[in-house]
Design a protein around this ligand. Structure first.
Ligand SMILES: NC(=O)C1=CN([C@@H]2O[C@H](COP(=O)(O)OP(=O)(O)OC[C@H]3O[C@@H](n4cnc5c(N)ncnc54)[C@H](OP(=O)(O)O)[C@@H]3O)[C@@H](O)[C@H]2O)C=CC1
Ligand SMILES: CC(C)(CO)C(=O)C(=O)O
Length: 299
């Protein structure tokens, strides 16, 4: 398969690098990283070890491919979609956190857009070099649920590159469940400057559970069958499994970078408003993180 990975940072480089073991991959990234990949290839170490030589470019316009895998941060999805729309694609797949990315891609692209979730972990070490911090699973499927020959074909292509892949018929439920986990863990750990495991202890656990329950209520109002218990159990199990991790939002806050709050807590609040569900906990968390970002001139 000809695959473009748009957003070759931590995750895009890991996924693109693994795909390059089997497919023709073009990474779209920033200058120093692209330069280094063109000179010396891409090195992946940590939980996996490989050295590959994908194509790399800083210019994502006019690219033709069987598949574009989108791995920019959620606030860059609109710009990525507009750039990808200048080329010719047979399909696109978002592996990003937060909600709304697939709809943004579909608004600009003239090809089917699949939804994806991934629990592999990736960290950018230096240009040309990323670390795999955890081997997890990639799930992909039609963004409205159900099955499709396209999802099956892409799932087979990821499996052929030895990426643990599930082709899922229930992507809307998986996306909302992941949203509940991120809505509970990310803003609280970022604001309190604590590791994920800290949200398991009372009274923080109550705050995290409230954020997850609100997310499940909005999901149900959006016709997705996610119970409060499933959402809160998912939060507990991810916080336990990643207890020593610093969430991506905490890492963003620590490095003074813009967060994905709009696509996480902000999405819960906005979709809740549209569907008549009150979300006071997510609203407070979103407002507080946005206030921090505004103070630094990040929005
Ligand atoms: N890292 C991980 O382990 C995981 C991440 N995710 C999700 O995956 C997504 C990506 O995360 P992550 O990889 O950590 O983020 P990164 O910021 O490391 O990667 C995104 C990269 O895309 C680049 N980029 C953005 N726009 C363009 C453009 N127009 N042209 C070229 N390059 C561009 C960014 O450059 P610049 O910063 O200069 O704009 C950055 O290098 C997020 O939604 C995240 O939540 C999900 C699961 C695990
Ligand atoms: C699951 C979790 C919370 C793991 O840290 C994550 O996705 C993130 O940090 O963004």
């Amino acid at each position: 398969m000809d695959i473009v990975v748009f957003g070759a940072g931590s995750l895009g480089s890991l996924v693109g690098g693994l795909l390059a073991r089997e497919h023709d991959v073009t990474l779209v990234g920033r200058n120093a990283h692209v330069d280094q990949i063109e000179r010396n290839g891409l090195r992946i170490d940590g939980r996996l070890d490989t050295h590959v030589f994908p194509s790399a470019t800083t210019d994502g316009t006019g690219l033709d491919a069987d598949l574009a895998v989108v791995t920019v941060k959620a606030f860059d999805t609109d710009a990525a979609a507009r750039t990808l729309a200048t080329g010719s694609l047979d399909a696109a797949l978002s592996l990003q956190n937060g909600m709304g990315n697939e709809a943004t891609l579909a608004a600009h692209l003239d090809c089917p857009v699949l939804a994806g979730t991934i629990t592999y972990g990736a960290m950018f070490v230096e240009p040309g070099h990323v670390e795999c911090t955890g081997i997890g699973e990639l799930a992909l499927g039609p963004r409205d649920g159900g099955s499709s020959p396209l999802a099956d074909r892409i799932g087979t292509a990821f499996g052929a590159a030895d990426i643990e892949t599930t082709v899922a018929m229930d992507m809307p439920r998986r996306l909302w469940r992941k949203l509940a986990v991120n809505a509970a863990i990310n803003p609280i750990t970022a604001l309190a400057r604590v590791e994920n495991g800290a949200i398991l202890d009372p009274p923080t656990a109550d705050l995290a559970a409230a954020a997850a329950r609100e997310t499940a209520q909005v999901a149900r109002a959006d016709s997705v069958d996610l119970t409060d218990t499933e959402a809160t159990d998912a939060v507990k199990s991810v916080a336990t499994a990643t207890a020593a991790n610093r969430s991506s939002m905490l890492q963003d806050v620590e490095s003074g970078a813009r967060t994905e709050i709009d696509a996480i807590s902000g999405y819960v609040v906005d979709r809740g408003e549209e569907l008549g569900v009150d979300t006071p906990t997510n609203r407070t968390l979103a407002t507080t993180v946005r206030t921090w970002e505004r103070g630094l001139g990040l929005r």
